[in-house]
Write a protein of this length. Structure first.
Length: 364
């Protein structure tokens, strides 16, 4: 196998950490010696141990003289764990092949320099585009102070998410719903607006897959989330964060706190500030599940990088509720546009995934 093939394996391994490694990036490491894979490692839950340390521990003495294929530049600074480049040097690896530099200013080439100074051959940029796509959430948090946002929509062929009376279960079929559960598990948090909580009382957990559930986040500037909602009642089992406006009376917040909900304050109506708040807590990847008002607000602010759009084979007509609320566009040129990345059937439904160039800054 060549360098690209081994790096592709490392990228697959890295995906095991998505949704669980934050605030650290989900990194993969494959150790190869004499053409044989001797160990694999990926960033563990909570970000520790790092992928390289995990792989080296599994390889033991077999790491000496091996090539390490790593999806992100090995760290060179002390955090809660020692630098990974030092671990690679001590283990005696002969060569490090890496997909991309770490954009974190504490690293950004310093890891490569330390490895080269120790006499280790370093090859950079192998499958860099693929690695950057995998690390998009981490990169965005480091460079913009914001998490990557994926907006999930499940709509009819005419773009409706519910009947005029609000009935929405179920627009799509069981296979699509399982796909949504898997997507939740790959993200750090799941986000909805208070309107969705009032209309659907969702649970937003990962079910039937044997995987843990990420924290649920509600953007609720006016504190409308019912205390009897599933998100509040289950907050001690699966974390629930309520992002609301400042200035609420302590007595109004007390029942949420007593139920185990974490209450965070952000300027009311400022989605960018609310997402910055999540990034400050280490969140790199947000899975936004609606509703139409939240989706429109995120789109208007240019905060959605990816769309995950499920199309069912049904039609609801003009009286149905649209998937996206008002965007207040006056010109066609102002329409948010996304590149189609993939299209595939999921059961009887169709999943289209889109991606947008990253143009948002913390000031936007």
């Amino acid at each position: 196998m060549d360098d690209a093939a081994h790096m592709r394996s490392a990228l697959v391994v890295a995906m095991r950490g998505l949704g669980r490694s934050w605030p650290n990036p989900a990194v993969g490491c494959v150790l190869v010696r004499d053409g044989r894979v001797v160990a694999r490692g990926w960033t563990q839950p909570g970000g520790r141990p790092h992928a390289e340390v995990e792989a080296l521990a599994r390889a033991g003495a077999a790491a000496r003289g091996a090539t390490a294929y790593v999806t992100l530049e090995p760290c060179s600074h002390w955090g809660r764990t020692p630098p990974c480049c030092d671990a690679l040097i001590r283990a005696g690896v002969a060569r490090v092949v890496c997909a991309m530099r770490d954009p974190d200013a504490r690293v950004d080439g310093r890891g490569f320099a330390r490895l080269r100074a120790a006499g280790i051959e370093v090859v950079e940029g192998v499958l860099e585009a693929e690695a950057r796509h995998l690390q998009a959430g981490f990169i965005r948090r480091v460079t913009h102070g914001l998490p990557l946002v994926t907006l999930k929509l499940a709509a009819t062929l005419d773009g409706r998410i519910a009947t005029g009376a609000g009935e929405s279960r179920w627009i799509t079929g069981p296979a699509a719903r399982r796909e949504v559960h898997a997507a939740r598990a790959r993200h750090d948090v799941v986000l909805v607006g208070s309107g969705t909580v009032l209309a659907d009382d969702p649970e937003l957990t990962v079910r039937e897959l044997g995987l843990g559930s990420p924290p649920r986040v509600v953007f609720d500037g006016r504190l409308r989330t019912p205390l009897g909602s599933r998100l509040v009642v289950s907050a001690r089992a699966t974390p629930t964060w309520l992002v609301t406006g400042p200035g609420h009376r302590p007595a109004a917040l007390a029942p949420y706190l007593a139920a185990g909900v974490e209450v965070l304050a952000a300027p009311r109506g400022d989605a960018c500030a609310a997402l910055q708040l999540l990034a400050q807590r280490g969140v790199t990847r947000v899975f936004a599940e609606g509703g139409a008002g939240l989706g429109a607000g995120l789109l208007r602010a240019g905060l959605v990088q990816r769309l995950m759009w499920f199309h069912s084979g049904g039609l609801l007509g003009a009286e149905g509720m649209p998937a996206i609320g008002p965007l207040t566009l006056s010109k066609l040129a102002d329409m948010p546009r996304y590149r189609l990345g993939s299209t595939r059937p999921v059961g009887q439904d169709l999943l289209c995934e889109y991606e947008k160039e990253d143009r948002c800054s913390p000031e936007s």
